[in-house]
Design a protein around this ligand. Structure first.
Ligand code: S3P
Length: 429
């Protein structure tokens, strides 16, 4: 869908939906398969623009990617080659940062760039550790912003202590460590999503996890099968919408329930929502389940510390949910929200305040007093898919209101079926 969009739906939300493939796992499946020996068959790959950026990038590095029915098969090159042209990562920070880690060890010159939003997002966090490993990197504006130019080199194994919990930075370093000359170690201050560790280990990497410390030795990866779980960051919009609207009952089927990603379920329970987890299973190293949420009264909660990386991408829609909870919801330690596809604290703060929420912003979070009825608003989405989808959910809470999203093309970066599912679960206002 392109251009402006007027949301005119109302709750309650009712029904079940199949959650589309997890974006983080989808990126990793294509990229790691391109580094492996032998083919990899991926089931449930997310078909969305961000993952397409990684798909194009691995093809540019010499991999072949083909569709076979609903599966995607990756045939790696004998060895990754210097790309002939600039690699455009579009809107995808994960593509850019993970590719940086891979390309740091590939002899030759690579240039990574992206759209206007990605070119405003920080890269110093990968430049510094990869330089310490011996790669030569340059970026715009004093090495702060993409484009990123990488001269790949034989890499030294080093020890990195991260200032922020970031799965993208952790993964970039681990991927560089695959070809370094010894043991590479990354320590993070809190656990960020661990899909890289799980998938690399399954593919044969010599990787060890000890609490918040991950180490990797040079390894050969082997292709195989990947089964992508449903993306909790996408399901979150409907789970939060259902929790906030009495009379709702929504089931997300095949939801990824990796504990490093399920902070949202903990928050829903702490707010008093009825959350039922059924049919728990594990496939290709990632747990999944069917999760049902019922609407009901909610209470404000505090979200801070180690919980934040476990729900970082869900915070925009949690901010919407908080407007309906009784009392104060406090979000702290979430400064990272300011360097996502947009400054999500500022953009969501402005949109929710315009819709009637009582919200106070801090440098690292916000406080929201609820419950407040919301009204329809015109939202500048700033090319941020999660802002657009969160405000479409906010419109459900604006009785009789219309919300105009100035541009919904961004939704296709992660969740092209968002509006069709919303239509199916809700009613016309
Ligand atoms: C991601 C990690 C997170 C998250 C992003 C996807 C990943 O970013 O916000 O949407 O796939 O590794 P950070 O690593 O910057 O926290």
């Amino acid at each position: 869908m392109k251009g402006p969009f007027t949301c005119r739906r109302r709750g309650p939300l009712r029904g079940a939906f199949e959650v589309p493939g997890d974006k983080s796992v989808s990126h990793r499946s294509l990229l790691f398969a391109a580094l492996a020996e032998g083919e990899t068959r991926v089931r449930g790959l997310l078909r969305a623009e961000d993952v397409h950026s990684t798909w194009k990038a691995v093809e540019r590095l010499g991999a072949r990617v083909r569709e076979e029915g609903s599966e995607v098969v990756v045939t790696p090159p004998a060895r990754l080659s210097e790309p002939e042209d600039v690699i455009d990562c579009g809107n995808s920070g994960t593509s850019l940062r993970l590719l940086a880690g891979v390309l740091a060890g590939v002899p030759g010159l690579s240039v990574l760039t992206g759209d206007a939003s990605l070119r405003r997002r920080p890269v110093r966090r990968v430049v510094d550790p990869l330089r310490a490993m011996g790669a030569v990197l340059h970026a715009r504006d004093g090495d702060r912003l993409p484009p990123l130019v990488i001269q790949g080199r034989p890499l030294r194994a080093t020890h990195h202590v991260l200032a922020v919990a970031s799965a993208q930075v952790k993964s970039a370093i681990l991927l560089a460590g695959l070809s370094a000359d010894g043991e590479t170690v990354v320590e993070e201050p809190a656990l960020s999503r661990d899909h890289t560790e799980r998938m690399l280990r399954r593919m044969g990497a010599d990787l060890r996890v000890d609490g918040l410390r991950v180490s990797i030795r040079p390894s050969r990866l082997h292709g195989g099968e990947v089964d992508v779980p449903g993306d909790i960051s996408s399901a979150a919009f409907f789970l939060c919408g259902a929790a906030a609207i009495p009379g709702s009952e929504v089931t997300a089927r095949g939801l990824g329930t990796n504990p490093s990603r399920t902070g949202l379920l903990d928050v829903l329970r702490a707010m008093g929502a009825d959350v039922v987890v059924a049919n728990e299973r594990e496939s290709a190293g990632e747990p999944r389940a069917d999760v049902t949420v019922h609407g009901g009264p909610l209470e404000g909660v505090t979200i801070e510390g180690a919980l934040v990386p476990r729900l970082i991408d869900e915070l925009p829609v949690i901010m919407v949910l908080a407007t309906q909870a009784v009392g104060r919801t406090l979000i702290r330690d979430a400064r990272e929200l300011r360097v996502k596809e947009s400054d999500r604290l500022a953009v969501m703060g402005e949109a929710l305040a315009a819709a009637g929420a009582r919200i106070e912003l801090f440098e690292d979070g916000c406080a929201i007093e609820g419950p407040t009825p919301l009204c329809g608003v015109t939202v500048r989405t700033r090319m941020d898919h999660r802002v657009a989808m969160s405000m479409a959910i906010a419109q459900l809470l604006a009785p009789g209101g219309e919300t105009v999203l100035d541009d919904v093309a961004c939704v296709d970066t992660s969740f092209p079926s968002f509006f069709p599912i919303l239509e199916r679960l809700s009613e016309r206002a």
